[in-house]
Design a protein around this ligand. Structure first.
Ligand SMILES: [Zn+2]
Length: 145
């Protein structure tokens, strides 16, 4: 037995069972297929994607939307960092330390550190967080390398 999702010309969808696809073809050709809702004999196979495929597609769309939303948020934060924070480049550890000990005015800074510098800052209890690449202001990217 083979099951087809059928649809009449008035958009009623229903299932039909056939012994084979040939059986369906013959019934359809001889006008034996009728819509159980309206009796319409203008019935054809409904085009349907398997549920699994649809779910996967929906997830892909959702993922894409989430990614786009994240990218938009990241762009905003990146802009904000670019506007309100100073890029101190490879002097980051030094500047962070100076701010921490009150030798320099408190302000938002970002820059790069070596793993050693980063560990030292941590030991001294100086708050510094790795800035994900996606949040590094575009114009400053070359300087940070
Ligand atoms: Zn119908």
């Amino acid at each position: 037995m083979i099951r087809y999702n059928l649809i009449c010309s008035a958009d009623h969808d229903f299932e039909g069972w056939f012994s084979s696809s040939k059986d369906y073809d013959e019934q359809a050709a001889s006008g034996l297929l009728t819509c159980p809702v309206c009796g319409n004999t203008n019935v054809e196979k409904a085009i349907m994607a398997p549920a699994v495929k649809t779910a996967r597609k929906a997830k892909a769309t959702k993922d894409r939307e989430a990614k786009a939303a994240m990218t938009a948020v990241a762009a905003k934060i990146r802009q904000e960092i670019g506007k309100s924070c100073e890029n101190v480049g490879s002097n980051f550890a030094e500047e962070a330390r100076a701010i921490h000990y009150g030798e320099k005015p408190e302000r938002g800074i970002y820059g790069s550190t070596t793993p050693k510098e980063s560990a030292e800052l941590k030991e001294e209890g100086i708050a510094a967080h790795p800035l994900p690449d996606i949040l590094v202001p575009d114009t400053d990217k070359p300087k940070l390398n």
